[in-house]
Design a protein. Structure first.
Length: 276
């Protein structure tokens, strides 16, 4: 069972220079009866309540269909600026992206990369993926500290281990080439410590979990699929950071606002800061 009341944030608001990073696969909308645990109409308010109470500085989302992106943008955009793009050649379809705290961050640059041999070609596919995979990024400036960093959201392939590895290697190159502190947040579709995570670590983009000074709550698996979360389960979602990051605390969030699971995945949080 969750270790805290559902109306109490797992991490909550932070104070500069801390940056609260969170990632959540919101689970694509699938037709269901309204009361079904997986129905978006049932889960939508729980997602919004979770974000509003946790107050991340940077939120990454995956698997958002256009109607879900519209719902989240309408409900969150007064506080969080959306940088969300679909995986299609024209930016439509299932999306990944970022919601960025307008009170702390200015967006300096927005970028999208296909996770393929031709990353500058939207909608392109490589490495035996059934459909396009992509990453959405923003260079942001922290108004409080003056620090610039890159935030990237992505979702690695579910079927092809080769695509997951090559996609991770590409992300590592992107971070290196930009030369800024970075946070890379994803549904990795593979557990922490597996080859894609190691490839990113080799590129200097490391799992925040093992670097944290403090773990909040239990080490739950991140794919409870509307069931009771399991301590010691696989972390297939995660927040990765460049090695210059100091990680204060991390958590897997198994809150159910109003008794409703926001998604089949659990949100993952990391509170980080970068040295001047």
């Amino acid at each position: 069972m969750p270790s805290a009341p559902d109306d109490h944030p797992t991490i909550g608001a932070v104070v500069a220079p801390e940056v609260h990073c969170a990632t959540l696969n919101v689970r694509r909308r699938v037709p269901h009866a309204p009361g079904h645990a997986d129905a978006w109409e049932r889960r939508r308010d729980a997602v919004v309540a979770l974000v509003a109470s946790e107050q991340p500085t940077v939120l990454a989302v995956q698997e958002a269909l256009p109607a879900q992106t519209a719902d989240l943008t309408a409900r969150l955009c007064s506080r969080w600026e959306p940088v969300v793009v679909g995986r299609g050649a024209r930016g439509g379809g299932e999306a990944v992206g970022l919601f960025l705290d307008r009170e702390r961050l200015d967006v300096v640059e927005r970028r999208t990369w296909a996770l393929s041999r031709t990353p500058s070609r939207p909608g392109s596919r490589s490495w035996a993926t059934a459909f396009p995979r992509h990453a959405v990024g923003a260079v942001v400036a922290d108004r409080t500290t003056g620090r610039e960093f890159t935030a990237i959201a992505t979702h690695l392939d579910v079927a092809s281990s080769w695509a997951r590895l090559r996609g991770a290697q590409l992300l590592g190159r992107i971070v290196r080439e930009r030369g800024l502190p970075a946070v890379v947040m994803a549904d990795w579709n593979c557990p922490a410590g597996s080859a894609p995570w190691r490839a990113l670590a080799d590129a200097g983009v490391v799992d925040s979990w093992g670097r944290a000074s403090r773990q909040v709550g239990e080490a739950y698996g991140t794919y409870p699929h509307y069931r009771e979360p399991r301590v010691g389960g696989r972390r297939i979602d995660g927040v990765l950071v460049t090695e210059d990051a100091v990680v204060d605390r991390v958590a897997v969030n198994v809150r159910r606002p109003g008794g409703v699971w926001p998604s089949d995945h659990a949100a993952v949080h990391a509170v980080v800061r970068w040295a001047s």
